[in-house]
Design a protein around this ligand. Structure first.
Ligand SMILES: Cc1cc2nc3c(=O)[nH]c(=O)nc-3n(C[C@H](O)[C@H](O)[C@H](O)COP(=O)(O)O)c2cc1C
Length: 311
């Protein structure tokens, strides 16, 4: 059986949650897995490596053989990488999502230990690099995604990658409804990757004001800028304004390298200046993740039935 078919057999709907810095908690991962999707969180969200160890222990004990994912930032600026990696290896985490500067040795080490390794990409060149690294799954991040975003239309990105990549392919960016999950499949994705809608989940570590912006906001409220990290990311316009920034005049940082740990405005980004993707127009309420996923499942079934009856 292919990896895609094996994973799909364990899910209620072909959806994986995107890990979100600060926002994804162990409780959110557990709720996502129990509701029938792949739950995920960044390794850096628990305050320390010991906390990460405790969180993964709790997740593993709560979700049985449901697949969950931990996101590791494989970048020199991540001082916890070595210690966090040891924890991930110890628990044989089912899926590891690597971000930034992964190398073939790390991919191999994780796979030999029993993990599937996924990596996200925003362009064709990165997808080829991932294939060379030997990853099990490629996450194609299209325009409008929450967090660090791509700038290509998902139609173009998926078509170009699917031309040569037969492995597991996941589409990320603005997917928020069951209909959009089906659309991702139609474009050639095995799984849809959903981030921003879970910012409104009651299990997420998001402040009330952040949740409110997600519930009230829409695509027009999202601003793309590289001014915080040197790499394009999407932020909520009202949050930029609240911090005295003019969304129309954000300084464009010269390309060349990502700065994750920097200070100043960069430190405020994510924690105080809130990120989200263009798909938030579909998010109408803050609710437990399971309620949102139940609705996704219903919408997905309705969308499939509608397409079936149109033929
Ligand atoms: C607030 C926020 C924080 C994020 N942090 C991370 C992260 O730490 N690691 C990562 O791989 N992706 C991160 N992402 C990206 C998500 O995993 C996912 O790719 C994205 O949210 C999908 O697009 P959507 O938000 O339009 O659904 C983040 C996204 C958001 C909105």
């Amino acid at each position: 059986m292919s990896i895609a078919a094996e994973l799909r057999a364990k899910l209620r709907i072909p959806v994986m949650a995107g890990p979100m810095f600060i926002a994804s908690t162990a409780d959110l991962v557990i709720a996502q897995c129990r509701a029938g999707i792949i739950g995920s969180m960044p390794a850096l969200n628990p305050r320390t490596t010991a906390d990460l160890d405790a969180d993964i222990t709790r997740i593993a004990a709560s979700v049985g053989d449901a697949p969950y994912a931990i996101n590791l930032v494989a970048h020199a600026s991540n001082s916890r990488l070595g210690a966090d990696l040891d924890v991930v290896l110890k628990h044989k985490v089912p899926i590891v999502v690597l971000a930034l500067a992964a190398n073939a040795g790390l991919v191999r080490q994780l796979q030999d230990n029993g993990s599937l390794v996924f990596q996200d990409v925003i362009k064709q060149r990165h997808a080829h690099k991932c294939a060379e690294l030997g990853v099990d799954g490629i996450i194609a991040v299209g325009a409008g995604a929450g967090g660090h975003t791509g700038d290509l239309s998902p139609f173009a990105l998926m078509a170009e990658i699917r031309e040569w990549w037969e492995g597991l392919l996941i589409l990320s960016g603005c997917i928020a409804t069951g209909r959009a999950v089906q659309a991702a499949e139609v474009l050639g994705a095995d799984l849809a990757y959903i981030g921003s809608p879970f910012l409104a989940s009651t299990e997420a570590n998001t402040q009330p004001g952040f949740r409110q912006m997600i519930v009230e906001g829409a695509a027009a409220d999202i601003v793309t800028t590289n001014c915080f990290t040197g790499v394009d990311a999407n932020f909520l316009r009202p949050s930029l304004i609240e911090h005295g920034l003019d969304p129309a005049n954000l300084k464009r940082v010269k390309a060349g390298g990502i700065n994750i740990d920097g200070g100043g405005d960069n430190a405020k980004a994510w924690k105080e200046i809130w990120s989200a993707g263009q798909g938030i127009g579909a998010v109408k309420r803050s609710e437990p993740a399971a309620d949102y996923i139940d609705r996704l499942v219903e919408e997905y079934a309705a969308a499939r039935a509608a397409v079936g009856s149109a033929h």
